[in-house]
Write a new protein. Structure first.
Length: 537
């Protein structure tokens, strides 16, 4: 049993040990890096074009990012401190986001090699995995997996097993053959004459699979998904050549019975693989019951935004974090993906300019004319760094939405999905345009380097001060004590006498291992923070 207030002796899942050491980086591949221009869609927008002045609708824009671009930038990610990649969907799809898969068996040609899908799929039987081939696009993904593993990183793929594109071959067969189709029981068809079906969230572009209380209604659909799972987790029968897990889109819309059976399959292929559920609210039951190893910790995001952005009282913030820690076993808490933003939210630095809004609500100009989409100020970026420092030193695995570290800003979808900023691909010359914030990037590298210390990956958590503008906590492991002091105020603050659980106090002989600009052991700058360390004792 652990020693401090986070040490509830409760049952629960125990994710693989590597999850607590992870620094996650989420990539929407189409917007990350164009490594192979030959696979670009014909209507691709220039990478450096001015986001605000392009006439094409933002939702339909294509920029040409691909898997080769991710391979090119693995050194950049390693230098940033990343140890685990989470890729938004990469399977063949008509959209930029690819949550509407045409085929789970193959990588999208625009992310791999042009012209591969039609040639390959025409020679395959959807219901017979023995006929499935690995085409050139698929082999680019296998190369990426090899390179990621060679760098000592892990890689997780995003997938929606809830819905697909109307261009999915099974759905096309149902349209053509009606009740006589081999796939007639795959989809939620609500009428055959005329043909009507249920789409996810009412969107006809995403027909949903038919379900029962126990799982999917169709045994052949269940078998197909199981075969797809084996294909990417153990290509050619080799788990070491496969992905390290899955992020599961709209996971709560698929009956738990399926997840229980599917999770057993995943662990049988690779016991070190992980399953991450997209659950936006309280999710302890999903984890404790063994459906998933972890979840995207949106509850952490909500609490953090309320405190750092909206000004929620410090004591209330501490209470909410404590409640969140107590929902999960300690191994799960250490592995939860602690994020602030994602492809589904506004950029966190823009959220800092827009306090007082519910999380992921009223966060686009279309829904809220008062939403401030202006370029962040230096103070906005300073506050972002304070949030990054908290994210890196609080229990859990920090997750960075691509481009946060270089200063990308924007409202919710589609503006949160701007093309990644690179110094060799600076944007247009308009002064207010996004460009790499070099000081911000350097600071992110320093902050994420703190995760190399075991105390921040596994140490016990002790709340020390939660009063006024100051939020102070300790992480303690094997005789090492690290104390993080944060000042949320827009005014400088002195560091008070801080008492540790053993009755001792912070003294001048403690080592300052990191300080935000202007902050030190004696005083904190506005929105400042400092990390102090003592070994032994």
């Amino acid at each position: 049993m652990r020693r401090f207030e986070n040490s509830l002796d409760r049952a629960g899942a125990k994710p693989p040990d590597w999850t607590r050491e992870a620094v996650w980086y989420q990539i929407m591949v189409e917007r990350f890096r164009d490594g192979d221009p030959s696979n670009n869609p014909p209507d691709s927008v220039a990478w450096t074009a001015d986001w605000e002045s392009i006439p094409a609708p933002e939702f339909r824009r294509r920029y040409g990012g691909d898997l080769q671009g991710v391979i090119e930038k693995l050194d950049y990610l390693a230098e940033l401190g990343v140890t685990a990649l989470y890729l938004n969907p990469i399977f063949h799809s008509p959209s930029h986001h690819k949550y509407d898969a045409i085929d789970y068996r193959h990588v999208d040609d625009c992310l791999g090699v042009a012209g591969e899908y039609e040639r390959t799929a025409s020679a395959e039987d959807l219901l017979d995995p023995d006929t499935w081939l690995f085409n050139a696009s698929d082999r680019v993904l296998l190369e990426l997996i090899r390179e990621v593993h060679a760098c000592g990183m892990r890689i997780v793929l995003d997938v929606s097993f809830n819905h697909v594109s109307p261009r999915h071959p099974a759905f096309q067969d149902v349209r053509a053959h009606g009740r006589q189709s081999r796939f007639a029981d795959w989809f939620e068809v609500v009428g055959w004459e005329p043909f009507e079906y249920e789409g996810w969230a009412g969107f006809g572009g995403m027909p949903v699979f038919r379900k029962t209380a126990a799982g999917f209604a169709s045994p052949t659909l269940r078998d197909h998904i199981f075969a797809v799972t084996r294909r990417w987790m153990a290509p050619g029968g080799d788990p070491s050549a496969g992905i390290d897990g899955w992020r599961l889109d709209v996971a709560n819309e698929i009956p738990p019975g399926f997840w229980r059976e599917w999770s057993a399959l995943v662990k049988s292929i690779n016991p070190e693989a992980i399953m991450i559920g997209e659950i936006w609210d309280q999710a302890d039951d999903w984890v404790d019951e063994g459906y998933f190893d972890l979840v995207m910790n949106y509850e952490f995001a909500k609490a953090s935004v309320e405190f750092f952005v909206d000004g929620r009282p410090t004591a209330k913030f501490a209470q909410r974090l404590q409640s969140l820690r107590h929902r999960y076993s300690w191994p799960v808490t250490l592995g939860l993906q602690n994020l602030y933003d994602s492809h589904d939210t506004d950029r966190i630095v823009s959220r800092l300019r827009n306090p007082g809004l519910p999380y992921d609500s009223m966060n686009t100009p279309a829904r809220n004319p008062d939403y401030d989409v202006a370029k962040p100020t230096p103070d906005d970026y300073r506050r972002l760094l304070q949030m990054a420092l908290f994210q890196a030193t609080y229990p859990g695995a920090p997750m960075i939405w691509y481009g946060t570290e270089v200063g990308i800003w924007g409202a919710d979808d589609p503006h949160t999905r701007k093309p990644m900023l690179w110094q060799d691909l600076e944007p247009c010359e308009r002064p207010e345009a996004n460009r790499v914030e070099k000081d911000l990037l350097a600071a992110y590298r320093e902050i994420l380097a703190l995760r190399k210390l075991p105390v921040f990956r596994e140490g016990d958590y002790v709340q020390l001060v939660a009063d006024g503008p100051l939020f102070v906590y300790a992480r303690i492991l094997d005789g090492v004590t690290a104390v993080v002091v944060l000042n949320r105020s827009d005014k400088p603050a002195s560091i008070p006498m801080i008492a540790l659980p053993n009755g001792e106090s912070i003294s001048p002989d403690w080592q300052t291992i990191y300080g935000l600009p202007g902050s030190n052991q004696e005083q904190l700058e506005a929105h400042g923070g400092v990390v102090l360390l003592r070994e032994g004792g």
